[in-house]
Write a protein that binds this ligand. Structure first.
Ligand code: UDX
Length: 451
């Protein structure tokens, strides 16, 4: 099929390359020329495992191309919209300006003289958006069928999640004929994935839009739930990692997304729950989602807790102390700094006067341009040299594998805050470190003291 993908960020660029790998002819459209030039040379503008090889292969085979010229996408049978819908400055609601611009472009350039084309929305949007876009298309007189086809990919697993999704959702228009045409177009596009047995759910527009924000809200709630339990563990000498394991054996609860720590961040979960609350307010059902306010608040408190933990280890003062932060990206295997808990904790500690040094295996360059105030170094050894406290805030494998004895020889004072609960406390304590985790530093000894 001939396919266009509008918006070539983490979502769109990966989707475009994956669709090309399924055998389609794909053109990615983005307004940022330097990005399209880079993508056309087969080099990803961001870090994402498995993406570089796939991009180079598909561009090399001539099935995938990137452009800033909307005139190049006129003949596509399916136009995927994958533009960002970030949080509006100072508000909870989503900024839909990129989405509106994409729809304007499509209505202008899509050629439907020989038959209908499908607009497949992948961006996360407030419920009601798809129906509005369908109306805009109808008003234009073009035969454009809107299908909402939410994307559930995780950064760090973007290629695998796109090519082997848990499920595919089509939010179809109410008109039965259009719904049938839209379904057929997307079935042809995803034929390979459907043949592999991927479940496909057919819904109306609002359900599909809600599926995405409901999924992200549920995941955020799970993380905040376990972080709330971490606070209880801290107050009582319990260990939240054992608690999570024990409740996770109940398969109604499950073990995934119960890792307590500095909490969730990134370009999706935080802004999606806020936009969902804003939309519920507009719809007059805000009380249905007030719990998400607490989910957000618990999450943000974890960042403050990590700062306080480090402060306590340093006798209540950051001034005059060197603090090493390991990790800046919002999660490992990504260079994405958007709403990163690690970066916010680092920034807070820096603002309170510490001599702060930060490192990250993939995000160091992005960090240097985004936060020129911070002292960014390339290696763990440079970061921790002479440190009075080390904070592990993004759980990259190389940080999980650190040897506490080797590291001890480099620091001035062996204080470690394990902001992701990925280190073995006993091993670090045996090597002479003062260890603090999130909801696990109490342990039996602390409980005994309290009794
Ligand atoms: C998320 C959704 O998982 C994905 O389905 C959606 O399409 C986009 O948003 P992503 O933002 O890439 O994906 O990352 P995810 O793996 O969900 O992690 C989000 C944040 O939660 C990260 O900051 C991560 O460190 C944190 N997290 C995750 C926890 O703090 N604890 C956990 O147990 C799991």
């Amino acid at each position: 099929m001939h396919i266009s993908v509008i918006g070539c960020g983490y979502l769109g660029a990966v989707h475009a390359a994956c669709m090309a790998s399924l055998g389609h002819e794909v053109i990615g459209l983005d307004m940022d020329e330097s990005k399209t030039v880079q993508l056309n040379s087969g080099v990803p503008p961001f870090y994402e495992p498995d993406f570089a090889g796939l991009l180079a292969e598909q561009v090399g085979e001539g099935r995938l191309e990137f452009t800033t010229d909307p005139g190049r996408i006129t003949q596509a049978q399916i136009h995927f919209i994958a533009v960002g819908t970030p949080q509006l400055a100072g508000r909870y609601a989503a900024d839909l300006s990129y989405l509106r611009a994409a729809v304007r472009t499509l209505v202008e350039v899509a050629d439907t003289a020989q038959g209908p084309a499908v607009i497949a929305g992948k961006s996360t949007v407030p419920v009601g958006t798809a129906q509005h876009i369908q109306q805009v298309c109808d008003d234009s007189g073009k035969d454009l069928i809107v299908v909402w086809n939410p994307e559930f990919l995780r950064e760090g697993f973007a290629v695998a999640d796109t090519l082997h999704p848990d499920r595919i959702v089509y939010g179809l228009p109410d008109d039965l004929h259009r719904a049938e045409v839209g379904r057929r177009f997307l079935d042809d596009c995803y034929a390979g994935l459907l043949a592999a047995g991927t479940p496909r759910l057919l819904t109306n527009h609002p359900t599909a839009e809600l599926v995405k924000v409901a999924a992200n809200s549920f995941l955020a709630t799970k993380i905040s739930f376990i972080n709330a339990m971490a606070q209880l563990c801290d107050a009582t000498g319990g260990d939240v990692t054992q608690l999570a394991e024990a409740i996770g054996y109940d398969d109604r609860i499950g073990k995934k997304f119960l890792r307590a720590g500095v909490g969730f961040g990134g370009g999706c979960l935080p802004k999606d729950i806020r936009a969902f609350m804003a939309r519920a307010g507009e719809l007059g059902v805000d009380e249905a989602l007030t719990f998400l306010r607490e989910v957000d608040a618990i999450n943000l408190r974890q960042r403050d807790k990590a700062v306080e933990m480090a402060s306590k280890l340093l006798g209540g003062r950051f001034v005059g102390h060197k603090v090493a932060v390991l990790g800046a990206a919002f999660k490992p295997d990504s260079d994405d700094l958007r709403d990163s808990p690690a970066l916010e904790v680092a920034q807070q500690i820096w603002s309170r006067g510490a001599d702060l040094v930060i490192t990250d295996p993939a995000a160091a360059d992005a960090l240097r341009s985004k936060r020129p105030n911070l002292n960014v170094v390339d290696t763990v050894a440079e970061a921790v040299a002479g440190a009075d406290a080390v904070l592990l805030l993004t759980e990259w494998q190389e940080y999980r594998d650190l040897d506490p004895l080797e590291l001890r020889a480099l620091v001035r004072t062996p204080n470690i805050v394990d902001g992701r609960n990925v280190l073995d406390p006993q091993r670090w304590q045996d090597a002479g470190w003062t260890y603090r985790g999130m909801g696990r530093h109490g342990g039996p000894a602390a409980a005994e003291q309290r009794v």
